[in-house]
Design a protein. Structure first.
Length: 302
């Protein structure tokens, strides 16, 4: 059995893969398992160089950088790490909602710049409690965000590819109508070609000059150029972003704006959650090696 590591993964995971499984980082004909993350993934070209590939184990819930259609065609199973990171990513979304509406990052910079003693007050911000929240993508993470913000007295509505029978939140038939009915639009939809640019110029227009965008999903879900323009023109009120279209690059035009909160894709980045993700990747690997099955295949592979 031959394991290939694709990308710079969590050091302790790489260490275990090397010492326990002899993992390498150069593609070879005999590789049967790849361990990677959503930042890197396995595209069709790399799959073509791995004729014996049987499994791709993805460290992370999002697997849009792996060509799952090609994997399925080749009989390669793909796994991800759902559930274990839901709480931390949802916590991050709520933190971004609070930070951007209340201006906490800008206020922190204001204090550090010594402006408090100058006599003025920090400008008033916007109330989170009771604000109308629209969730774009009511999957595991979207539901966890909704659940948390319900406790803030926020009316919740959502848009999904299809209406969900088991939730009481209002359903919007499309992203534009969801944005029009929201003070805060939280993006929690899976990345990939199906959702690319879903938050379009029209959606931002519908969100409006008093509306905020929060994205903890994938940068590709938002038309980033349209977002930058909408912020510059004051056509939306602000944005809290953990993800970007071309990570680790953040549009330069955002860097000196106080109406945005910018995070370096840290949604799942706690010691506890990253350890849980690491364990789940290794459990998938063990199950695959011992029994030829995996614990958490992506939906396309079930
Ligand atoms: C990253 C994420 O995977 O799970 C996801 O889809 O985006 C994150 O948890 C993690 O940062 C590893 O790259």
């Amino acid at each position: 059995m031959s394991v290939l590591v694709v990308g710079a993964l969590k050091p302790s995971l790489v260490q275990t893969l090397r010492s326990r499984y002899g993992a390498r980082d150069v593609p070879a004909d005999d590789v049967d398992v790849v361990v990677t993350s959503g930042r890197f993934g396995v595209d069709a070209e790399l799959m073509g160089r791995l004729p014996n590939l049987r499994a791709v184990l993805n460290f992370g819930v999002g697997y849009d950088t792996t060509d799952v259609a090609e994997a399925t065609r080749r009989g390669v199973v793909v796994t991800n790490t759902p559930d274990v990171l839901t709480d931390c990513v949802a916590d991050t979304a709520v933190a971004l909602v609070l930070a951007v509406l209340r201006g906490f990052s800008a206020a922190d910079r204001w204090v550090r710049a010594g402006r408090w003693p100058e006599g003025g007050n920090f400008p008033l911000t916007r109330r989170v409690s009771g604000s109308r929240v629209g969730i774009l993508g009511l999957g595991r993470i979207g539901r966890a965000v909704a659940h948390r913000l319900e406790a803030f007295g926020c009316p919740i509505s959502y848009h999904n590819r299809r209406e969900l029978p088991d939730v009481a939140y209002g359903y919007a038939p499309d992203a534009v109508s969801l944005a029009a009915a929201s003070d805060v639009l939280v993006v929690a939809a899976a990345g990939g070609s199906g959702s690319a640019g879903l938050v379009s110029e029209q959606v931002l227009e519908a969100l409006g000059p008093r509306g905020y965008l929060v994205n903890v999903a994938r940068g590709s879900v938002v038309d980033e150029d349209a977002l930058v323009k909408a912020l510059q023109d004051g056509r939306i009120a602000g944005a809290g972003l953990d993800v970007f279209a071309h990570e680790p690059h953040v549009p330069a035009a955002l860097l000196d704006r106080d109406d945005v909160v910018l995070l370096p894709h840290l949604g799942s980045g706690t010691v506890e959650t990253r350890n849980d993700m690491e364990r789940l990747v290794l459990d998938n690997l063990e199950a695959f090696l011992r029994e030829g099955r995996v614990l958490t295949p992506v939906p396309e592979c079930t």
